[in-house]
Design a protein around this ligand. Structure first.
Ligand code: CAA
Length: 395
């Protein structure tokens, strides 16, 4: 039995209200809150990037674990900070992981987290005494005033894969789908993603359909045996579309999509986190479902534009609730600072120097780790001096 032993996520301490964004853009708030299905959207301050968010998520995830047992770190991101150096190497250092650890970065848009999970499962299958730390972190950026703007967000998830899963066992049967399409992409020279929005929604659903057939052909569970579902959520109503499509493709009467509500709660508050989104949804499902889900089967769908999809499933382990970080996650979300739209726009426009000059960043509030500054094109990370306050440094 191999699966997830511990899991935790992190999102920055700043967010905007989607009603306020709708008002500022001259849009009916119901479009963002009902049509797209987002209540608030995380905003990353200048001193938070995928490395600091990942370190904050991973530190919480590893609490109480003997770090010397971690032999691999796989970091999935599509907003990496360097073309060469894996973002996980910074995290490895910040967390004090052993030098005997291997660290690498994985990329395939929002599917990277699922692909990293599968690589970790394979590693543990070969070496059952090892533990693999999987991290997925991203900052979703489309641009101010664009159609994609209400589907931005930022966050990181970290989980440990081992042969002693305490939360969910992941079954080996998997359905994959790959097709070379340009539905969403970000050239190396751009800070914001380019997207063909409606086409990307169609590709997501086409990938789901193909993955389901591939999953069935791989000996996967029949749909009637799947008790719960988690979908990649670029925006939460996408999960409703996916659920309806999946049951239609499986030729089974479409159930009430309200059953998805617990798996959407955190994502409604954070927004899109690309590779982390599916696993934040999994945290939400496990932590927000009022009944004990032990023994239940959960179907999981990851989609990464470009595109690659994957459908797989797992079984929730007995006593899983004792190992969740529900209180920490609730506290993180409840204590965020809501920015005005002009503060958000100012934060969005800020850039680090790209000429090698030095910049020491003012400290925002958030988790223990942040980006302290940049010098000679080198990013410098460290611990925050304080973890409270509300200085976003946008003035
Ligand atoms: N009240 C209630 N609902 C309303 C409304 C109102 N006043 N006005 C509009 N709506 C509904 C619409 O009917 C629509 O719902 P349906 O799709 O169920 O019909 C929904 O709100 C969105 O409205 P539009 O389709 O008109 O919105 P849009 O054209 O402005 O853009 C979008 C929507 C294409 C998702 C855009 O936000 C976008 O491009 N986002 C980025 C791309 C993306 O998220 N793609 C998802 C698949 S790709 C993927 O999953 C990978 C990834 O993470 C990027």
């Amino acid at each position: 039995m191999i699966g997830i032993e511990r899991i935790s996520f992190y999102t920055p301490a700043y967010a905007i209200d989607m009603r306020a964004l709708a008002k500022a853009r001259g849009v009916d708030p119901a479009k963002y809150c009902v049509g797209i299905g987002q209540d608030t959207m995380a905003v990353a301050p200048i001193d938070e990037d995928v490395v600091s968010m990942a370190a904050n998520a991973a530190q919480q995830c590893l609490e109480g674990l003997d770090k010397t047992t971690v032999d691999t770190v796989i970091f999935a991101t599509e907003t990496g900070v360097d073309q060469s150096k894996a973002a996980g190497v910074y995290v490895h250092s910040l967390l004090g992981l052993p030098g005997s650890c291997q660290v690498y970065e994985m990329k395939q848009a929002c599917c990277g987290g699922s692909l990293a999970l599968h690589a970790a499962l394979d590693r543990v299958a070969r070496r059952p005494e090892k533990q693999v730390l999987v991290i997925a972190a991203d900052v979703a950026r489309y641009g101010l005033g664009t159609a994609g703007e209400p589907t931005q967000g930022a966050g990181a998830v970290a989980f440990v894969v081992s042969a002693q899963p305490r939360i969910i066992e992941i079954f080996p049967q998997t359905g994959y789908f790959t097709q070379d399409v340009m539905d969403f992409w970000r050239p190396n020279y751009m800070e914001e993603a380019l997207v063909d929005g409606k086409f990307s929604v169609r590709m997501y659903l086409r990938a789901l359909e193909s993955c389901w057939h591939a999953y069935a052909a791989d000996g996967g569970l029949p749909i009637q045996d799947l008790d719960r579902f988690c979908y990649h959520q670029p925006f939460t109503t996408m999960a409703y579309k996916a659920h309806r499509r999946l049951f239609t493709v499986a030729d089974v009467e479409v159930p009430d999509v309200d059953v998805l509500a617990p798996s959407l709660r955190y994502n409604r508050l954070i927004g899109n986190t690309y590779g982390a989104s599916l696993f934040i949804s999994l945290c939400s499902l496990l932590e927000q479902t009022p009944v004990d889900m032990a023994g239940e089967h959960v179907g999981l769908f990851g989609y990464g534009s470009g595109c690659v999809g994957t459908f797989y499933a797992g079984r929730v382990i007995r006593n899983y609730r004792a190992h969740l970080k529900r209180e920490e996650h609730e506290c993180l979300l409840a204590n965020r600072c809501l920015l005005s739209i002009s503060e958000y726009e100012a934060a969005f426009r800020r850039r680090l120097p790209i000429d090698g000059s030095m910049q020491v960043l003012e400290e925002s509030c958030g988790g223990p780790f942040h980006l302290e500054g940049i010098e000679n094109h080198k990013r410098i990370y460290g611990r925050r001096r304080r973890e409270a306050g509300a200085n976003l440094g946008v003035a």
